[in-house]
Design a protein around this ligand. Structure first.
Ligand code: SF4
Length: 308
């Protein structure tokens, strides 16, 4: 991993001080925002350039709670990691989240389709599925909610959060991510695995070791996607990420953020302002005084703690 450090310099006398130059901002990209741009450049613009807030949903909120429970579960001694113990963590984790984001209470109005009992039962159902996929009593994760980051030779920083990293005595790494939705259909697995290749690339560049296995656990459908990457895969991912970054920088310079309508539009929070659906684009926010395509782009905790 690397960070940008400015060389130490002797301070010049005050009267000779040169104009203040800001440290160059860091260009960074997370897998979530990279996926947004690949799916629809306009969606990327709404999220990253305009920074328009999106309404929380019960499903995404439940995902946040389930991720927190699965992280906390491994605080317990191995023999105590039962479904009952996980289920007992659901309500406290929900209440902890509610303290941080009180507005989420409005999602679970008893008059709506999903009240609190249904919400908690839904989280229990996802955890039940988890216990059908693996036995946490037999696992000792090396890391949970691990922030990973690396600077590529090009200066682009890749970062994100890995749900779980297992490391064998041999040093072999397994990267695990929980998804509370359903597994992708046939033909869409590679797209789903992009995020994991991204993490594998970061770990490889940071630690010099290619992760042995990438594993996606789909708690919505009880399926597991596994992939064993090699160096050639990760080199290809690096080329792809670099090309993606260049495309994002071009769109930033030109202001041309093309909509790419798809089934995703049915879940898009920005449909009402999307020209593909009769909406009117808001004006672009004033440019920040930073190099084009830098700093404001793709910097997020997109796949950070609590992601669904
Ligand atoms: S509604 Fe569809 S096309 Fe428009 S921004 Fe959202 S995903 Fe893109």
């Amino acid at each position: 991993m690397s960070t940008t450090e400015l060389p130490a310099q002797q301070a010049p006398p005050v009267e000779e001080a040169p104009p203040v130059e800001e440290a160059p901002p860091v260009a960074s990209l997370s897998p979530s925002r990279a996926s947004d741009f690949m799916a629809c450049p306009l969606l990327y613009r709404f999220r990253v350039i305009d920074r328009i807030p999106e309404a929380p949903s019960p499903a995404a909120t439940r995902g946040t709670v389930v991720h927190a429970v699965l992280e906390r579960l491994f605080d317990l001694p191995a023999a105590e990691r039962t479904f009952g113990a996980a289920s007992a963590l659901v309500q406290p984790e929900w209440e902890r989240l509610l303290e941080l984001e009180p507005e989420l209470a409005a999602l679970l109005d008893p008059d709506l389709a999903e009240g609190l009992p249904e919400f908690l039962a839904g989280a229990d159902g996802l955890l039940q599925t988890y216990f059908g996929l693996e036995d946490p009593q037999r696992l000792e994760p090396a890391e949970r909610e691990l922030r990973v980051e690396v600077e590529l030779e090009s200066g682009l920083v890749l970062r994100g959060f890995v749900d779980r990293l297992d490391v064998a005595p041999s040093g072999d790494m397994r990267v695990v991510d929980y998804k509370t939705g359903r597994a992708p259909g046939v033909g869409f697995e590679a797209k789903a695995m992009f995020q994991m290749r991204f993490y594998a690339l970061v770990l490889w560049r940071a630690y010099g070791r290619v992760p042995r296995l990438l594993q996606l656990l789909y708690l919505g459908s009880g399926e597991v996607l596994r992939y064993a990457p090699d160096e050639a895969d990760l080199r290809a991912t690096e080329v792809k990420v670099k090309a993606l970054w260049e495309a994002i920088a071009r769109a930033t310079e030109s202001g041309d953020w093309r909509p790419n309508p798809s089934r995703l539009c049915d879940w898009c929070d920005h449909k009402s302002r999307c020209p593909e659906w009769g909406g009117v684009l808001p004006p672009l926010p004033p440019p920040v005084h930073e190099p084009v395509g830098i700093a404001a782009l793709g910097v997020d905790q997109g796949s950070g703690p609590g992601k669904p």
